[in-house]
Ligand binder design. Structure first.
Ligand code: F6P
Length: 327
């Protein structure tokens, strides 16, 4: 493969997600196998501005495929939002001879890359790394599979104790703007209801469903709530329900950042590996300002422009399916 790109930088930015290390490893090993030098840019755009940039060799990524988090660390950078910050970052990339960057992250990461590329001649390829699975142009993002399995495991455990005490639980999962984790973990955990930001929360039908459950003498009920739900999360939902039904023994459990950590699943390790290699191959083939996705189990390319403008649509049939299964 002959390409003007001789040196690649790789970085992780925004919220970390399990599988990022698999992607870093794949970017490093693919670059080396194509005879390209590779640097790790630490702490995302923050490290780019500060010149926190280290050479990567094959051993730099040994024994990381199974580790959660990101060995390169991550950050959300305010300084990179400024013209001065981006100019400083460009100087640092030039100083290290970096011709192109593979950025692993979400919406914010890709918006930063687009803005940077308008001002400076450094091409980017994006890899979707976020547990939220909300990016357009890919069926799955890195970390979603692991996060959702962590949530399901927690819901199963909550079910055991809820069942022993005939309790109603509100379980809050991550997803500030997206309900994918809630939707999938709700179906897999047999939740009685799932509330997500993409659909209006119908308190009346939730109340009807809960009273039907009470009449049917269900021994436990679980309502999965995405943190970005319009009513405001699991605690607020529990309050609203308590006002109406004082006979329920209600508990709330907020799963939080537990969902972001932990060893990546097989699916996320394979996805990170495929996307990492595809990102390097895309750069060397001159495909730039794109995000690598996976659609129908094939590598798919979407312009970064499109990826940030749109969100992946949630399949409302899945919400309906959850309702049918608990009726
Ligand atoms: O990375 C996505 C996400 O995990 C969202 O689901 C969540 O709302 C947000 O990040 C939390 O961000 P932070 O770790 O900065 O609190």
């Amino acid at each position: 493969m002959s390409s003007p790109i001789k040196t690649i930088g790789v970085m992780t930015s925004g919220g970390d997600s399990p599988g990022m290390n698999a992607a870093i490893r794949a970017v490093v090993r693919a670059s080396l196998s194509y005879g390209v030098q590779v640097y790790g840019i630490k702490r995302g755009y923050e490290g780019m501005i500060d010149g926190d940039i280290i050479p990567m060799v094959s051993n730099s990524v040994s024994n990381i495929i199974q580790r959660g988090g990101t060995i390169l660390k991550s950050a959300r950078s305010e300084r990179f939002r400024t013209v001065e910050g981006r100019a400083q970052a460009y100087e640092q990339l030039k100083k290290h001879g970096i011709d192109a960057v593979v950025a692993i992250g979400g919406d914010g990461t890709f918006s930063g890359a687009l803005q940077f590329n308008k001002e400076h001649d450094i091409p980017f390829v994006g890899i979707p790394g976020t547990i939220d699975c909300d990016l357009y142009g890919t069926d799955y993002t890195l970390g979603f599979d692991t996060a959702v399995n962590t949530a399901v495991d927690a819901i199963d455990r909550i079910r055991d104790t809820a069942d022993s005490h005939d309790r109603l639980f509100f379980v809050e999962v991550m997803g500030r703007d997206a309900g994918f984790i809630a939707l999938y973990s709700g179906i897999a955990g047999g939740a009685e209801a799932t509330l997500i930001p993409e659909s209006k929360t119908d308190l009346n039908s939730l109340m009807t469903m809960l009273s039907k459950g009470w009449e049917r003498k269900k021994s436990s009920m679980i309502v999965v709530v995405a943190e970005g739900d319009e009513i405001g999360g699991a605690y607020q939902m529990a309050e609203r329900v308590k006002e109406k039904f004082n006979y329920y023994d209600i508990r709330v459990s907020v799963l939080g950042h537990i969902q972001r950590g932990g060893s990546p699943s097989c699916a996320d390790r394979v996805l990170g590996s495929r996307m990492g290699v595809a990102a390097v191959e895309a750069l060397l083939a001159g495909r730039v300002q794109i995000m690598i996705g996976i659609v129908n189990n094939h590598i798919h390319y979407t312009s970064l422009e499109k990826a940030v403008k749109h969100n992946q649509d949630i399949d409302m049939n899945l919400l309906k399916l959850g309702e049918i299964l608990t009726s």
